[in-house]
Structure formats: C-alpha cells, structure tokens
Write a protein that binds this ligand. Sequence first.
Ligand code: NAG
Ligand code: NAG
Ligand code: CU
Length: 382
Amino acid sequence: MKVSSFIAGLLPLASLVLATPGPDPEKAATKKINEFEKRYQKYIEDTVKKRKTGCTKKNIRRRKEWSKLTKPERKSYLSAIYCLSAKPGITPQSVIPGARSRFDDFVVSHIQLTPFVHANGFFLAYHRYLIWLFETALREECGYKGAQPYWDWTLHWQDQSQHPVFDGSPSSLGSNGQYVPDRDPITIYLPGPRPVTFPPATGGGCVSGPLGPEKFKVNLGPIGYSPQGPDGGYGYNPRCLTRDLSPRLSQDSLRPRNVSFLLESESYARFNVNLDRAPGGNGVHGAGHFLMGTVQLDTYASPSDPMFYLHHSNLDRVFAIWQGQDQEGRTGVVWGTRTSGNVPPSANVTLDTPVPFGFVSPDIPLRELQSSIDGPFCVIYE
Ligand SMILES: *[C@@H]1O[C@H](CO)[C@@H](O)[C@H](O)[C@H]1NC(C)=O
Ligand SMILES: *[C@@H]1O[C@H](CO)[C@@H](O)[C@H](O)[C@H]1NC(C)=O
Ligand SMILES: [Cu+2]
C-alpha cells in the first residue's frame, strides 16, 4: 500500500472525528444558569426565613415558569386577565381617549413613560414595579391567588412556538398569529442612529385560543410604527391580538448562552446594557419582544399583549438572579440617565431620583425599588 493512499484512507476517518459533536455549549450554559439560580434562591429563602416583618416566607410571591403551572393555575391566571380587561380603569379619557379598562391603565403607564424608562437608569426598576402593580391588581381586584408567571425563553430558544404558552390550547396564552402572506416589513425607531426594520415572519394575523378575537381585544396603538392607530395611537382602536413569531430572532439572542453571559457580568452597567439591547444586537429584552412581532414591535403599547408581563418577569428574574450572586454589592447600584438612550441628554439617576409611573402609582425613589424582597416587593423566582 502506497503512503498516499494510506493517508487518503485516513481522511474520511479524520472528518468523522471532526464532525463528532463536542459538549453542547447550550447545555453547559443551562447548567451554569441553574447554578446561579440556586445560589440566588438559597439567599432569598435564608433571608426571608428570619424575617418577622415585611417580606416573609408566608407572604412571598412564588413566581413560576408558565409550563410549571398546573392547568387550573394557568386558567385562573387567564380568568384574572379577562377580569382586569372587563373592569373600568382610572385613566382620564381626556388624556388617553382609547383606554377602556383597568388592564389598559397599565398599557397607558407604559405608553406615557416609554421615552423615559428604556435604555436608561429607570429601565429595570420601572418594569420591576410595573409587574408588581399588575400582579397586585390581578390578586386584589380580580381574586387571583397565584403569582405572576414568567416565560423562560431559553427552554424553546430554537422555536418558541413549541412553548406551551403559545400552543393555542385552553391553558395557553393563545397561539402564534394566523399566517398572513404578503405583508410589509415594520420599521421602528429606537433610541440610536438608525431605525430598525423587521421583515414579516411566520404569523401576522389574529391569535387563536384563549386570547382569540371573541375573547380578548387590544384597544390602544399602534404608536411606535406606521400606520398608527387613531389620534396617533392614543385613540380607541379595538382589534384582535396579533403575533408573528420569528424563530430567527429567538435563535440569534435567546439561547442559554445569552443568559449565562449576562449572569457572568461583573458590572451593573454592562449587565444592564447587554440585557436591554446589546450593541449591534437586540439583547434578551429587545429579542423577546421583537420575536413576537406586531404588537410587540410597538415599544409604547406592547403591554397590550399579556405576554409582555411574562417576558418582563423573566427579565426581572434574570436581574434578581444576577443581584442574588452578591446581594450586598448589587443592590443600591445605579447606572444611566433619565431619558431613553439619553435622548435628549439628561442627568444621571441617583438612588434618590423618583421613578415615574403615571396614573398607576405615585413616583417612587429608585432606592426603594432595588431589591426584590425589600421596599414594596416580596418575590422569589422558582
Ligand atoms: C447570543 O449568543 C450567541 C452564541 O454565543 C452569540 O453568537 C450571539 O451574538 C448572542 N446574541 C446577543 C444579542 O448577544
Ligand atoms: C454620569 O455617569 C457617567 C458614568 O456612568 C459619567 O461618566 C458621567 O460623567 C456622569 N455625568 C454627569 C453629568 O455626572
Ligand atoms: Cu418597556
């Protein structure tokens, strides 16, 4: 046998060896996330165990992943959403004429404050408290017994339509939107030099299931892209809830590695910026919204889809887990200014700066919105 043919004979073997998959980096990242999460949970459980007042193990709200809820628990969450959508709100019609319900009050807070609570020093605190207020309204005004569920994007990062929250069954939050061909791309304006354009994805039409057209309506918007709703999107514009799931956007930014990367951040500034909207990418915050398309591309009225609260609870969970690695060093951290993307330029926030909430709550100093088990909060992510 000639040497050359001997080598040629080895080549297929070599490529076989190279093709053998190494350790799956996403599995390794999931393992890391679980370790971070356990350390955080231990800290919270140990701390609340010893408390006599305020947040205790009796009153702590145990937030769970949607798929960990029992079917009756999922349905009771849905019932509370219907209840809030049927209750009259507190928003003056003279300010936002399209608001119709208690559910819409929270959409209105986000609409009014969008230019002041994103890509800035209020981002995580504002959303942390908005979720708390929404969850409190579900419990106190609509008899909901559970806690706000969250959506862990990493469970089905390759194709979010596989997540039970989107399966369209009676115990889901509705399906992907029905496929509508020949749609135009949607262009949105985020703080930054250029608008961003999203091509149509896999849906685009009305969702079916519990949030389908017979059962649920979106009243406000669009504000953040054209064509806007009546009165610039502030008017009454009742329509079905739409979605347009994009596997590509999920695969780009919502892998376990994207979350473990965040949890490894040492600095709050880096953590915050990379979570919100990573330079040159969407960040887990942007990606989670954008992959749902349509209503979730409207940076103003995005809380019109209840998925907003599941998405933001998971962001808050990642924030709480990050803080839980060094509770002393990571509460009382501030970064950023008072305007979204610092446009127009504004002062840096301090712990004394009041965070605005519009009609749903008085302003609250940033200092009080730092820890998920102090100030108004009493939450653990399980
Ligand atoms: C998400 O993680 C993948 C794999 O590490 C990386 O290629 C991608 O840039 C990350 N996306 C963002 C937005 O950071
Ligand atoms: C705001 O904070 C940044 C650091 O995060 C600092 O570089 C900048 O000088 C501060 N601006 C003012 C006006 O204090
Ligand atoms: Cu927001």
